[in-house]
Design a protein around this ligand. Structure first.
Ligand SMILES: Nc1nc2c(ncn2[C@@H]2O[C@H](COP(=O)(O)OP(=O)(O)O)[C@@H](O)[C@H]2O)c(=O)[nH]1
Ligand SMILES: [Mg+2]
Length: 291
């Protein structure tokens, strides 16, 4: 008897979780999952295999590794080779960066590359197993059905759930961070800080990632806010958010302080731009339509 390969096992797990099947044309849509990694050797293989086993032949994975000391970058190259053998074509790529430069910068580089390489949709996803791979077909289906610029895998809409491992303190902090950013920016997005989001390529282009300021996690808030300002719809789909079981969180004090400052910076910039546009409009108005 031959032993089942890890890819077969992952496919079985995905079937057991009941990943929905999409109409063929939708399932084949070019979708690139952009996955930043820093010391995720313990969890990346399982997450990658679960993604590749989904009934989405158009799905590719782009790992963005910041020279992880634990060898995640080399491991990702190995996964890329093995996936190419299994599927007969390239499905995994790796973007190697010189050193740890923040989640936001890794996403900016990876999402720009995915769109330049022809992805019609780009999914942001953590490598630590927190985000449910089985939900990806649903996020893609909702994006295609609604035309939303961003489909947010949301912990805080009806039906969204958090790992039991999250204590009261962490729940409150996460809720508070969302309420804070939402209030400062005047948005109704319930999970504006969340990191499991599917973007349409034209929304990625519109937000112009080269000018995004956030180096860290507030990248999620800044980019969603920009998408809203550009007139794209954001749709939230409930997910279950699992706690990481391997490796360590990269959240630190600097990242948290940036998350406090960024909503105010965005709001003040928006107010300044609105004021300048109004002043310019008023000046044109005085000169009359031909002036
Ligand atoms: N390339 C890169 N990835 C990062 C960096 N910081 C965090 N990540 C990755 O971003 C994802 C989310 O980080 P994580 O530590 O799980 O954050 P938490 O879920 O908020 O604790 C994981 O896949 C990390 O490996 C970074 O500076 N560079
Ligand atoms: Mg995490």
């Amino acid at each position: 008897m031959t032993e089942a390969s890890p890819l077969d096992a992952a496919a079985g797990a995905v079937r057991a979780l009941g990943a929905p099947h999409l109409p063929d044309q939708w399932a084949a849509a070019p979708l690139t999952v952009v996955m930043p990694t820093y010391n995720e050797a313990g969890s990346l293989p399982g997450v990658a295999e679960a993604l590749l086993a989904l009934p989405l032949p158009g799905l590719r994975l782009l790992v963005v590794d910041d020279s992880s000391p634990d060898g995640t970058g080399a491991l990702a190259e190995d996964l890329a080779r093995r996936a190419e053998e299994t599927y007969g074509h390239r499905r995994v790529d790796v973007l190697h960066r010189a050193g740890k430069d923040g989640l936001g910068r890794a996403y900016a580089a990876g999402m720009a590359r995915a769109v330049a390489d022809g992805a019609h949709h780009v999914l942001q996803m953590d490598a630590d197993g927190s985000h449910p791979a089985a939900k990806v077909p649903e996020l893609l289906g909702v994006a295609l059905a609604t035309g939303a610029g961003v489909v947010v895998g949301s912990r805080y809409v009806q039906g969204g759930t958090l790992s039991d491992a999250w204590g009261v303190h962490r729940r409150l902090l996460s809720r508070w961070a969302n309420a804070y950013a939402g209030t400062v920016l005047g948005t109704r997005v319930r999970d504006i800080t969340g990191g499991f989001n599917l973007w349409r390529a034209d929304a990625v282009r519109a937000v112009d990632l080269t000018t995004v300021d956030s180096a860290g996690y507030s990248f999620q808030v800044e980019t969603k806010y920009r998408a809203l300002r550009h007139g794209f719809d954001l749709v939230e789909v409930p997910i279950h958010f699992e706690d990481r079981t391997v490796g360590e969180s990269k959240m630190n004090l600097m990242v948290q302080l940036e998350s406090v400052a960024v909503p105010w910076r965005l709001r003040l910039r928006h107010e300044r731009e609105t004021w300048v546009a109004r002043a310019a409009g008023a000046a044109r108005g005085h000169r009359g339509p031909l002036g």
